[in-house]
Design a protein around this ligand. Structure first.
Ligand SMILES: *Cc1c(COP(=O)(O)O)cnc(C)c1O
Length: 229
């Protein structure tokens, strides 16, 4: 069941790529497995390598028991005191939204002698309830991260508004892509724009049409989450 869902999502990503003249190879599907049991992830091991989690301890726990060939994406809001759980386990942190957090990631990565790839989370629709840098502050924020030795800024991420009709988010995805191009053109030291993480179950096809290189799909693969248990 989970595998069929995954194939369906892959098929739709390919169709969205064809629609917009893109190569499907440019888009990485991240299967967002938060709250879901390891057994469901195991059903996908022969067809999927990239998984996303939003809680550091949950990412760590799943990492420990699953094959080390998987790639784990830290996609949720990250508290500084929890970086230690994921610093040597995540392949990419999608949610850098403050200088203090970047500093703390840099410090932890330094302890492990690694360079951590990160994305800047942008609150592209300026929703009061959401984390993320305001779009107009993103260029300066990217520049403020350029001196860190143990992190490398690889792109941008956004969580678009929850909408009924995914077309409503097209303008936000387009704006994030513009910002991505703007930042790329500034040639800031240590900042390369190669990942644009946008699109979730409700709107990933529109996000792909607007240039996403990573989509984060949970419900569409694993089904509804039950936070009560
Ligand atoms: C949960 C989550 C997703 C996946 O959401 P779905 O709507 O279930 O696809 C994507 N990105 C982030 C940051 C999330 O926390």
């Amino acid at each position: 069941m989970v595998k069929e869902n995954l194939f369906e999502v892959q098929k739709r990503i390919e169709a969205a790529c064809l629609n917009s003249g893109r190569d499907p190879k440019e888009v990485t599907l991240i299967a967002v497995s938060k709250t879901k049991p390891v057994s469901m992830i195991e059903e996908l091991l022969d067809v999927q390598t990239d998984f996303g989690e939003n809680k550091p301890q949950e990412l760590r726990d799943k990492y420990e028991v699953l094959p080390k060939t998987l790639r784990w994406h830290m996609i949720g809001h990250l508290q500084r005191n929890k970086i230690k759980y994921i610093i040597d386990k995540a392949c990419l942190i999608h949610s850098v939204d403050s200088l203090r957090l970047a500093e703390a990631i840099d410090e932890e990565a330094g302890k492990h002698g690694i360079v951590m790839p990160v994305l800047i989370e942008v609150n592209v629709a300026k929703e009061p309830s959401k984390f993320g840098i305001m779009p107009e502050e993103a260029v300066a924020f990217a520049a403020s991260l350029s001196h860190f030795q143990h992190i490398r800024v690889n792109g941008l991420m956004t969580i678009a508004p929850f909408v009924e009709n995914p077309e409503e988010n097209r303008k936000h995805f387009r704006n994030l892509k513009k910002l991505y191009v703007d930042i790329k053109e500034k040639n800031i030291d240590n900042v390369t724009m190669c990942n644009l993480s946008m699109g979730m179950t409700g709107d990933y096809e529109v996000a792909v049409e607007e240039g996403a290189t990573m989509v984060r799909v949970g419900t569409g693969i694993f089904g509804e989450r039950n936070y009560a248990v």
